[in-house]
Design a protein around this ligand. Structure first.
Ligand code: ARG
Length: 458
């Protein structure tokens, strides 16, 4: 019988290979602190409603606290025979408090128990990821504030398009992370439901009080016992939040990989966040940003993995549900590892003002000329054509737009005679923007104000 939970019905123990396949303990052991907290709440409830005596409840709670201390000290030992974390905790409890431990599982099943553990894990994870996102958002605001006057080229099709304030660009990522924050907060709410008291699937004849257990854990109680043990939506919500966050971080990572390339040369990472090459002595590589980009693939895969596990399952527990954990852990670990690094990496990066500003000029100012003509009454389509021809002329002459001789300008269109000094510069371009939410210094100040406000309310 080898001490298995369900040994009563069986004539022989499991084949070793099956035991290995079946066991979740190698990976679900990390749920142990949540499992114990759930068991403490359950034991208190059992005593409260009189299913067990108060003394028995106290003995269980005391023993569980001792088990928790062992877990926290990293001294908890498990074996494959334990099968899963729930059994391991109960086995250890029995070793500590004796036969009273056999009463703990009254009115409970591993089905509601594992669902609870996962809810607690997700609630915790959502909070920790949210904190990391907030810190990243703060770093973006700080860097933006520190470099208020820096301009970079904005791109479409990865072709230079129009100048932007660097702060505007950084804040674009800030607002994306702000939406991630909302998704993470929603995922936390979804996780904040206690399935304890659902038992195996249909409830229990014992007079359990799910609302009491839920309150002990600062959660809401479930409504339908079958739904409570069958659904993993809260895990999907968190995985989705991680996947979208991962995509945002990946896009940011891709930009930094470009910015730190010699070809762009816009920024340099601090040595503390770069790595070198084993053969090429000159190399300074943006590995962290590449990993940030690479992790997104896994995060999307993790979400997909759980969706596919769930899609064919009838209601009620199926062992397939054991496959919910590793993708979830993988996603949470991956996101947290990145968020641990990113704020520091942002704060310590250096920007190369001249490289950025030079790249933000030239033909990236062409729209400025077209808008200038349009404001002088030239229909925009016509203005566009005039400037397009001028760009071609510049290419023939081998000059940039800022260097184009006055007479060429005048030949392109008489209205260019009144072109104000300084308009044809990256800074003149951003300063000329008038629309709300634009890259103009005034609009960016307004964004910074709103960004600070958002951070203060969190
Ligand atoms: N290790 C299982 C899991 O991760 C725990 C629940 C087992 N329940 C059962 N009826 N076999 O899902």
């Amino acid at each position: 019988e080898k001490g298995h939970l369900w040994g009563g019905r069986f004539g022989s123990g499991p084949a070793e290979a099956f035991e290995r396949l079946n066991a979740s303990i190698p990976f679900d052991i990390r749920l142990a602190p949540y499992d114990v907290r759930g068991s403490i709440a359950h034991a208190r409830m059992l005593g409260e409603v009189g299913i067990i005596s108060r003394e028995e409840a106290e003995a269980l709670v005391g023993g569980l606290e001792a088990v928790l201390a062992e877990i926290e000290a990293g001294e908890f030992e498990w074996t494959l025979t334990d099968e899963d974390v729930h059994t391991a905790v109960e086995r250890r409890l029995r070793e500590k408090v004796g036969e009273v431990a056999l009463k703990l599982h009254t009115g409970r099943s591993r089905n509601d128990q594992v669902a609870l553990d996962l809810h607690l894990f997700c609630r915790d994870a959502a909070e920790r990821i949210r904190d990391g996102v907030l810190d990243t958002m703060l770093a973006l605001v700080q860097v933006a504030e520190r470099h208020r006057d820096l301009v970079i080229p904005g791109y479409t099709h990865l072709q230079r398009a129009q100048p932007l304030l660097l702060a505007h660009h950084l804040l674009a990522h800030f607002w994306a992370l702000g939406r991630d924050l909302r998704r993470l907060e929603a995922a936390r709410e979804a996780a904040n439901v206690s399935p304890l008291g659902a038992a195996a699937l249909g409830g229990t004849p014992h007079p359990v009080d799910p609302a009491f257990t839920a309150a002990e854990l600062e959660m809401e109680p479930f409504v339908n016992s079958l739904d409570a043990v069958s659904e993993r939506d809260f895990a999907l919500d968190l995985l989705y939040a991680c996947a979208v966050l991962g995509v945002h971080l990946s896009r940011m990572g891709e930009e930094w990989v470009l910015w730190t390339s010699q070809e762009f040369g816009f920024a340099e990472l601090d040595d503390a966040y770069s790595s070198g090459s084993s053969i090429m002595p000159q190399k300074k590589n943006p590995d962290a940003y590449e990993l940030m980009r690479g992790k997104a693939g896994r995060l999307i895969g993790d979400l997909n993995a759980l969706l596919v596990v769930l899609k064919g399952l009838p209601l009620g527990y199926s062992k397939d549900l054991q496959e919910d954990k590793e993708p979830l852990f993988d996603a949470v670990d991956g996101v947290l590892a990145v968020l641990d690094v990113l704020p520091g990496m942002l704060r310590t990066a250096r920007f190369r003002r001249e490289r950025m500003e030079r790249a933000a000029g030239g033909f990236a100012l062409a729209t400025e000329l077209a808008d200038f003509l349009a404001m002088r009454g030239v229909p925009f389509r016509e203005a566009h054509r005039v400037v397009g021809r001028l760009v071609r002329r510049c290419e023939e002459l081998g000059v940039s737009l800022e260097e184009v001789p006055r007479e060429e300008l005048a030949a392109a269109h008489p209205a260019f005679g009144g072109l104000p000094e300084g308009l044809l510069t990256p800074r003149g371009s951003v300063a000329g923007k008038k629309s709300p939410g634009s890259t103009s210094p005034a609009a960016v100040e307004e964004q910074l104000r709103r960004a600070r406000e958002l951070l203060e309310t969190r």
